[in-house]
Design a protein around this ligand. Sequence first.
Ligand code: GLN
Length: 226
Amino acid sequence: MTARIGVITFPGTLDDVDAARAVRLAGAEPVSLWHGDADLKGVDAVIVPGGFSYGDYLRAGAIARFASVMGSVVDAAFKGMPVLGICNGFQVLCEAGLLPGALTRNEGLHFICRDEWLRVENNTTAWTTRFERGAEILIPLKSGEGRYVASQEVLEVLEGEGRIVFTYPERNPNGSALDIAGICSENGRVVGLMPHPEHATEALTGPSDDGLGLFYSVIDSVLASV
Ligand SMILES: NC(=O)CC[C@H](N)C(=O)O
């Protein structure tokens, strides 16, 4: 059986093509999902990719959460479907209430585009089982609103429940609380991160192939639940 992984395109999405390519490289079938169509086409998992959905008007991710497809993604996530939000996708998942907290303007107010080291803090989520806990991976970060913020109470819950999935171990590029680069839902099926694993799938075009681990992991998770 081949896992089928949906990749959403909103107006202003940039990274759907690379996300689909990463899915294919990892051995699954990418399925295009359109923002205005609530049909998830029977996929096993969904990726909300990076970019500037709806031009980032109002606030990054604030309009995308109302797209028809997102209603179906929220329903499917509540039933346990793995969902990955990358960068703008992470912002969309926070706006949609699938993940707590918010992404705000980077400390320093500059758009940052460079490779960053991430530490894998939790390797039990649907998207991280292929990594060793504590592994450090190099993948690109490119965002203007990457500073993760949440109330003290939420931060304590995330820390206490092991829901901080990725941190920036070397330097905190954007002022994120607790050096957070990515978090997950209570059941570990929904993960959001700011850096872009779909741009780190082979050393020829990215800084590493470290990003592929997320896609291999979700394929394992989907196939294990068949
Ligand atoms: N690469 C991206 O997905 C960019 C996300 C978002 N628009 C930001 O600048 O923060």
